[in-house]
Design a protein. Structure first.
Length: 126
């Protein structure tokens, strides 16, 4: 199961749909780390029933699910969407989420790139 460290603005920033429960909140200090959002694929994976009445062990503490987001691609579009949890981590992380519109993306000296950029290459280079 993938665990993504983020903050309460994540859902709105990416335009994700909350299908059950609530979002993480800046106004609830109790949402820091022990509260999770999960995607739809994680619900049967965790086996929590009823979803909001049980706790589970994560990161060496009792944790709880507060909301469920509709499944979305968080890895390659070629991969099946698997279970993931979203946790509010109030510290440094090594990832960033950036939402871009579809269409042609320009970069690297004005060259247009219309497909994926292979790792280790700059857009426009061959």
């Amino acid at each position: 199961m993938i665990i993504m460290q983020t903050d309460p603005d994540f859902i709105d920033t990416l335009g994700l749909e909350l299908v059950d429960g609530r979002n993480l909140s800046w106004d609830r200090e109790s949402d820091l780390a022990p509260s999770y959002l999960v995607n739809e694929a994680a619900v049967p994976f965790l086996g929590l029933d009823p979803l909001y009445k049980e706790t589970f062990r994560a990161n060496f503490r009792e944790s709880r699910v507060v909301g469920v987001v509709r499944n979305f691609h968080f890895q390659s579009l070629r991969r099946r969407i698997g279970p993931m949890a979203i946790v509010w981590f109030d510290g440094w992380t090594d990832t960033a989420a950036i939402k871009v519109s579809g269409g042609r993306i320009t970069g690297g000296g004005g060259a247009e790139q219309s497909g994926p950029v292979p790792l280790g290459r700059e857009p426009g280079s061959r």
